[in-house]
Design a protein around this ligand. Sequence first.
Ligand code: CA
Ligand code: CA
Length: 170
Amino acid sequence: MVSTESERRVAARFATFDQDGNGYIDRADFSSAAKTLLTEFGTTARCDKGQALYNGAEAFWQGMAGIADRDGDQRITRDEFVHGAVKRLRDNPDRFAEIARPFLQAALAVADADADGAATVQETARVLRCLGIAGDAADSVAAALDGDRDGRVTESEVVTAFARYFTVPE
Ligand code: CA
Ligand code: CA
């Protein structure tokens, strides 16, 4: 028996990955997220930061496909996501952090205008909005990501929070 709350959460997690909302997660969702981020922060795809972001997006997709794409058709359906990804990521949060880290690290680097090694809470909220998190929620999530409340969001704070979001039991 699956609770409504649990279904709602899984649906929200699926929607975060299904950036174009066509009902399945594939490589295009990851590359479009990278493209949206580069546009938002006025960064070209050809520079080092742009390349790192696309490479991170590809690695993230490959990692997710390896975990969840059971029939190997290069698409993760909602069913594959629920029965493959959610369970396996929950069983192994470290693995999830590992596959997400290069993308998250590159996204923060794109957002980090003064290149001091961390994005501000405001920059982080812009990243979250690019990934489809609604305006007000993006602000509060970004603030929550800043675990030590110093106004800066570091890679480890983001990776830890992201892994927790996808892997904490209902
Ligand atoms: Ca999609
Ligand atoms: Ca599939």
